[in-house]
Ligand binder design. Structure first.
Ligand SMILES: [Zn+2]
Length: 222
């Protein structure tokens, strides 16, 4: 399925109502008055975010399974992973912080990546079964809670404190977290929720109408 045929919408920038023609793959449409890009038909709306999501899954595993950093002081050495760090916080009485780290750095990004992988694989050959729509909602719920950058900031602050007491060696994990942050942003930038939505079949076998929370502009969809 390509993009919908003729579509009427108001320019989000200057409110000029206009008809959007069918766009070729890779094409985009500009507002006739203010030149703002108002519609786009990405050339590979599924495969590009899919490739990024596969990359993110690999980097996520690296970030969680390899040590973030190693510490050595007076002849003793220790390394820690994200989960190890959260466990340590819990043991030391910071249960709330430990739960926040576990959710924002492990559960939410892991869930987001898993749901996105499922959705993108399922819609490669439309129509996708109705449960894919539910998965899409789960992914949207998890996305804002994936806050590895907050964790990275916390780690850097902690490192600066610790660095005066011990030798700190960055591990593979901390670089993986950095790459993961970039990949998660790239997925969000290339993912076209609307395009995915048009490929999901409804429970009664029909294709869905426009998404309920989509902007109310596209009323005339033939
Ligand atoms: Zn305009």
């Amino acid at each position: 399925m390509g993009h919908l045929g003729l579509d009427t919408m108001a320019c989000p920038d200057c409110d000029l109502p206009q008809t959007i023609p069918q766009l070729p793959p890779g094409g985009s449409a500009r507002c006739a008055r203010c030149q703002e890009t108002i519609a786009r038909n990405p050339s590979d709306p599924i495969d590009r975010p899919l490739a990024l999501t596969v990359g993110a899954a690999i980097v996520y595993l690296l970030a969680n399974l390899t040590p973030l950093m190693g510490l050595s002081a007076v002849g003793r050495e220790a390394t820690t992973t994200i989960a190890g760090g959260a466990h340590e916080m819990w043991v030391q009485g910071s249960e709330i912080t430990a739960l926040a780290v576990a959710f924002c750095a492990v559960i939410a990004p892991g869930g987001y990546i898993a749901f996105m992988l499922t959705v993108l694989l399922a819609v490669r050959h439309p129509p996708a079964p109705p449960w894919v729509g539910t998965m899409l909602r789960f992914a949207a719920f998890m996305q804002p809670w994936s806050m590895n950058e907050v964790m990275l900031l916390g780690i850097l602050v902690a490192l600066i404190k610790i660095a005066t007491l011990a030798d700190v060696n960055p591990g593979v994990g901390i670089f993986a977290v950095g790459v993961l942050i970039v990949l998660l942003a790239a997925i969000a930038a290339t993912f076209d929720r609307h395009e995915v939505w048009t490929r999901v079949q409804w429970a009664d076998g029909s294709l869905p109408p426009p998404e309920p929370d989509a902007p109310p502009a596209a009323g005339a969809r033939a």
